[in-house]
Write a protein that binds this ligand. Structure first.
Ligand code: SF4
Length: 526
């Protein structure tokens, strides 16, 4: 029996190449590789992104194609193969079963398109969808004629039982988490979570060539599954937190090293660097010459042993999640378990590893003042700002509240780039302005890092003028005239971008200094 596991393309505003590796599908493929002929196809890769039509007309002015060091996105694109290419791939592989990953609700259309193509090629091809979206909305997904099965929750065991039972012609009723249509009714099972937490990935099933990172190759790894918390905005299914055996994690990392990957990104939802298991793993990694990242963020917890281990293990940078500096907002979003962030951040800074702190713009309970306070706090710390615009994530407590108050929600807007305001304090332009101001702060930090001493505002502008005259005009306009401009390459003229005056003046009224990202030098703003 031939099984094809597919990671669909996505369409969105993006600036960087998609690098993520289909780790979820690899868990499934590794589980079934001894009972069928299984292959993973990552359709998110193509030579060049393809232009696509944005469903968000209202954002055309905000995401314009002009040059600015703070610009957000330029075009809405398709990242991955075209439908024609997908048709050719599926026809050529001609599988009996096609498993489609649908992680994010907002990209469901791209995922269900694969099932439609499969059924157009051969009606008897069995289509199975899994991932966050089908887990949350199994009935909606099964209403599509082209989808035969949905797996809710962790898919390894259900998918294996599905393949085995189909091969043997046995009933599928007993398969946990498996939802299907039966004589006009839809059979929905509860979300399945594996009691065991085994890590035995067949890493050799994924070739490294598509996962370039700098001059080398990057792969994700996990040390655990699930998360013990339930943040108000988080749409991850509430599955129990479980850790893999440390020896299994080491074996997995060893496989990656042997395959030529030199960077590992830990993708855990909850990576606690102070846990004994992680410390043991970090000690083991320290002589392996691996570069480490944890782009999803690490739990803001640190102790003196961790400071040394993190330094020695090869972390390239540390990503921490703050959400908002206000304790009230932390409480409202169920984040108060991460209190004491300030002291913890200072300890992380002591590791000497570059730090990026993630925060959210436009949460339901946030005000403009909350956002500005968080930005100022981070501007004055030796860290990079990692802003992201809030979006209503299906499955989150916030989503449930929204539906109970408003009835329905256009799921296409369940993405950060849609800039959908969650309360009356914000507009799309204001949210975009905060994003640009955060980038401005990071830009100034990079200039500070390239100089040997503290800077005055005049020094800063001189430095930029010497390096890049276009950037100089754009920064001067922002700092002196409090206007956000960009440069039109065709007309070779500057133009004023849509921006929120209150957001800009709010920042400059409060901003006293910005500290470098990698140096302790500062640039004074008053
Ligand atoms: S945001 Fe992170 S810490 Fe909070 S529930 Fe989601 S995965 Fe857990």
């Amino acid at each position: 029996m031939k099984v094809l596991l597919i990671q669909p393309p996505i369409e969105d505003y993006y600036t960087t190449k998609i690098r993520s590796y289909p780790l979820g599908l690899l868990f499934i493929a590794s589980k079934v590789s001894d009972i069928c002929d299984v292959e993973i196809v990552d359709l998110r890769h193509s030579k060049k992104p393809l232009k696509s039509i944005s469903p968000f007309d209202e954002l055309n002015d905000i995401y314009n194609p002009h040059y600015s060091p703070f610009s957000l996105f330029h075009t809405y694109q398709r990242y991955g193969k075209s439908n024609e290419e997908i048709r050719d791939i599926i026809s050529l592989k001609n599988p009996d079963i096609i498993g489609i990953s649908s992680l994010f609700t907002t990209y469901f259309e791209e995922a269900v398109e694969i099932a439609k193509i499969a059924k157009e090629i051969d009606k008897s091809m069995i289509t199975v969808m899994g991932g966050n979206h089908p887990t949350l909305f199994p009935e909606d997904v099964l209403r599509y004629d082209c989808v035969d099965f949905v797996i809710r929750g962790e898919g390894e065991l259900p998918f294996k039982l599905l393949v085995e039972n189909i091969k043997k012609g046995k009933s599928l009723f007993e398969v946990p988490g498996l939802c299907y249509k039966d004589n006009g009714t839809i059979e929905i099972k509860k979300i399945y979570t594996d009691a065991d937490c085994n890590l035995n990935l067949k890493r050799e099933m994924i070739q490294k060539d598509s996962y370039r990172y700098g001059k080398g190759f990057i792969a994700p790894a996990l040390t655990s599954k699930g998360c013990p918390h339930r943040c108000y905005f988080c749409g991850k299914p509430a599955v129990k937190f479980r850790r893999f055996e440390t020896e299994d994690i080491k074996k997995d990392l060893k496989k990656l090293i042997d395959l030529g990957f030199d960077t590992v990104d830990f993708e855990d939802d909850y990576l606690d660097l102070t846990s004994p298991q992680i410390k043991d793993m970090l000690k083991w990694i320290s002589d392996k010459n691996l570069r480490l990242t944890a782009m999803n963020g690490v739990v803001p917890k640190i102790d003196s042993e961790t400071i040394k281990l993190v330094r020695d293990a090869g972390f390239q940078r540390i990503n921490l999640s703050l959400v908002d500096i206000s304790e009230d907002i932390q409480k409202e979003t169920n984040r108060d378990q991460f209190s004491g962030f300030n002291e913890i951040l200072d300890d992380f800074i002591k590791t000497g590893i570059p730090i990026e702190v993630h925060f959210i713009l436009g949460l339901p309970y946030q005000t403009e003042n909350d956002i500005l306070n968080t930005m100022i706090y981070l501007a004055e710390k030796k860290v990079l700002l990692g802003p992201s615009v809030y979006y209503l994530s299906p499955g989150s407590p916030a989503f449930k509240n929204f539906l109970s108050e408003n009835g329905n929600f256009n799921l296409k807007y369940a993405r950060s780039s849609a800039l959908l305001p969650s309360n009356n304090y914000f507009t799309p332009v204001k949210l975009a302005t905060y994003m640009k101001l955060s980038r401005f702060i990071n830009y100034v930090k990079s200039v500070i890092d390239s100089t040997l001493s503290d800077l005055s505002l005049t020094d800063l502008l001189k430095e930029i003028e010497n390096k890049n005259p276009l950037d100089y005009e754009i920064l001067k306009s922002l700092i002196i005239e409090k206007r956000v401009i960009s440069f039109q390459k065709q007309s070779r003229k500057f133009q004023v971008d849509p921006f929120d005056r209150d957001a800009v003046s709010g920042l400059f009224n409060k901003l006293k200094f910005i500290k470098g990202h990698k140096s302790n030098n500062v640039c004074h703003f008053c």
